[in-house]
Design a protein around this ligand. Structure first.
Ligand SMILES: C[S@@+](CC[C@H](N)C(=O)[O-])C[C@H]1O[C@@H](n2cnc3c(N)ncnc32)[C@H](O)[C@@H]1O
Length: 356
């Protein structure tokens, strides 16, 4: 009988011959049914009691208002005006976007992999016309959006040693009652970068993100994809000075770099390599509509003008979304479309597609 997340992972390690890859560990730590960080009954996202981190829609409704103008433009040429939101968290963005959209959309679909969050969203958004799915249909048309979902997908951890790459995984600790410890094995996968990186360099390989974007890009029959997350283009992501990688945990609004402690009680995330994400989407025949910072995207979309009539308090929260030292620079927006003639207001100035 399994009682907690450490036992679940321990059993998995034993079943796998004593070693599991870090992406398997992260998958269980975040999504093991009922016991993972995203699947267990606890507050996670927002600024209230017991939460661990906050996100743009939780900070200010002006995020959704600016985003909506772009979604509206992307929906305009489509006969089927459906928004697919992936990974809806508390459901706040869905609520705000439906308020902006009114009768301008036919369907709002939330694709949420956590049964616990799906149930929470259904309780808070029960009066709204939303359909919930566990998985995106194999083929779909509409506008697909996702805020901070890519960073919550499991990653492999790689370490450069003895001129070659090793995969960092997890074994049972050799100290009694101390959970898990790291162990590295030679990396069997493809080359991760052509860049010459120093010995001891630790980084991530986003296998789950790669598989997800390939599937989602391939399945898009008509419409666009808009993703917002933190990360960099390839050359910046694999910068020689980023020697410790980007893996980060979030608990009670504090960040740390050790995912092997407080398992299931904290979020584990990593930044996104937007160049590779773009490459996989383009390989499926999509066009890149743009890539820019969240700050540029929101300002291009008219957020400053929208804030003219806001209260001082509303302005102060909304500023966090686009000021460079807050979320304006680290967070990026990237969009793809099946329709090469599509263009979005958010990319009208400061498009950085050429950096990918
Ligand atoms: C960091 S939270 C972001 C929540 C929300 N989008 C926001 O901005 O507040 C990540 C969300 O993505 C969901 N998620 C992660 N991978 C997913 C996938 N492959 N399909 C659907 N949902 C996913 C998680 O369960 C969680 O709801």
């Amino acid at each position: 009988m399994t009682h907690n997340i450490v036992q679940i992972i321990d059993e998995d390690v034993k079943k796998s011959g004593g070693w599991i890859s870090f992406d398997r560990f992260m998958e269980l730590a975040l999504y093991a049914p009922n016991y993972g960080y995203y699947t267990k009954n606890s507050a996670k996202i927002g600024s209230g009691l017991g939460t661990d981190f906050t996100t743009s829609p939780e900070i200010s409704p002006y995020f959704a208002r600016a985003l909506w103008l772009n979604i509206e433009a992307a929906l305009a040429p489509l006969t089927n005006k459906t928004i697919y939101e992936i990974g809806a968290g508390t459901g706040r963005l869905a609520d705000q976007l439906i308020q902006c959209a009114g009768a301008k959309i036919d369907h709002y679909v939330i694709v949420e992999r956590s049964a616990y969050l799906r149930q929470q969203q259904q309780e808070t958004l029960h009066s709204l016309p939303i359909e919930w799915l566990e998985e995106l249909p194999r083929e779909y048309s509409g506008v697909l959006i996702g805020n901070e979902i890519l960073d919550a997908m499991p990653v492999k951890l790689l370490v450069k040693k003895n001129q070659g790459w090793y995969e960092r995984g997890v074994v049972a600790s050799n100290l009694p009652n101390l959970g898990f410890q790291w162990q590295e094995v030679p990396w069997q996968g493809s080359s991760i970068t052509e860049l010459d990186l120093p010995e001891g360099y630790v980084t991530e390989w986003h296998l789950a993100v790669h598989e997800w974007i390939k599937k989602v890009a391939k399945g898009l029959i008509n419409g666009s994809i808009l993703l917002i997350d933190y990360g960099f283009p390839h050359h910046e992501y694999y910068h020689p000075q980023r020697i410790g990688g980007t893996l980060m945990c979030h608990q009670t609004h504090l960040a740390d770099t050790n995912p092997l402690v407080d398992i299931g009680d904290k979020d584990i995330t990593s930044h996104i390599d937007f160049s590779r994400l773009a490459q996989y989407a383009l390989d499926q025949g999509l066009d890149l509509l743009g890539y820019t910072s969240q700050g540029h995207f929101l300002i291009n979309s008219g957020i400053l003008h929208m804030l003219n009539s806001a209260t001082l308090q509303e302005k102060n929260s909304a500023y966090k979304l686009f000021l460079e030292h807050e979320m304006g620079e680290l967070f990026k927006v990237i969009a793809f479309s099946r329709d090469p003639s599509q263009s979005l207001l958010g990319f009208s100035h400061g498009d950085r597609s050429h950096t990918l």
